[in-house]
Structures are given as C-alpha cells and as structure tokens.
Design a protein around this ligand. Structure first.
Ligand code: SF4
Ligand code: SF4
Length: 131
C-alpha cells in the first residue's frame, strides 16, 4: 500500500482519540491485529493499515473506506495487540465521525429502507442521537 504523508487535521485527530479513547500513534505495525481479524479478507484497508493511514494524516482515505463498516467489533485485534490498541473503538469513532458529517436521522431511515445500509451503521447512528 502506498501511503502519502499529509498534514493532519488536528481537530479530526483529537476527535478520533477523544471518541475512541484510543491512541493510534501507539501502533508499531506488527500486523497481529490483521492476522486475527475475521473480516480482513473483505476489507479494502486492513486493520493495521487503518492505523498506518491515520498516523500518516490521511484521515479521508480511512473515512471513505469500506473497512469501518465491515468491522464487527469482535475485539480480536484488541486482545492480540502488544501495544494495547483497540481498533474496534477506533473504527466505531470513525463511523460516528462519518455519520455526524453526512447524515441526519431522516436520511438514515431512508437509506436503511433500501436494505443496503450496514447494520453497524444503524447502531452507530443511534449512538449519535443518544450520546
Ligand atoms: S474488532 Fe474489527 S478490526 Fe478488530 S478484529 Fe474484529 S472485525 Fe477486525
Ligand atoms: S496489533 Fe497493535 S501494534 Fe500491531 S499492527 Fe495491530 S494495532 Fe498496530
């Protein structure tokens, strides 16, 4: 994977860390999370690459990925990580940021009715209105 170093948005960086309670800077790319992830085969950016891109400041690429909607929050990555990074929480934070940016309750129901809305997106959406 080619990684472009970008000037990170400080606001977005702080938001990801605040919502998730996780610091992706701790990741040192050992790949243990990806090798245990049951959804990695379907992801366009595998778990360790999520942290790599976040560290490089390329938040948009991660926010546009399928990966954040495919994470099933099984915590395999968290239990395997020697650095104590919980990617399920990072992915949840990214989903919430994406939803807060792009959606309101009305169009969540509209998209959900098409049957093409990932279930995990619905859960993340409701958190927006209950947090
Ligand atoms: S919590 Fe998400 S990223 Fe982590 S192993 Fe499970 S599916 Fe993969
Ligand atoms: S297991 Fe932890 S340290 Fe290793 S690549 Fe995954 S998040 Fe980074």
């Amino acid at each position: 994977m080619e990684v472009e170093i970008k000037e990170p948005s400080v606001e977005l960086r702080d938001k990801i860390i605040e919502i998730s309670g996780e610091d992706y800077h701790r990741c040192y790319q050992c790949g243990e999370c990806t090798s245990g992830c049951p959804a990695a085969g379907e992801m366009d950016i595998v778990p360790n690459q999520v942290n790599m891109l976040l560290q490089s400041g390329d938040f948009e690429r991660v926010l546009e990925s399928k990966t954040i909607w495919l994470c099933v929050a099984c915590f395999q990555c968290a239990t395997r990580c020697p650095r104590g990074v919980d990617l399920s929480k990072i992915n949840e934070a990214l989903r919430q940021i994406k939803i807060r940016k792009n959606m309101d309750l009305f169009n969540i129901w509209e998209v959900a009715s098409t049957g093409e809305f990932p279930a995990v997106a619905l859960v993340a959406s409701f958190r927006k209105f209950t947090a």
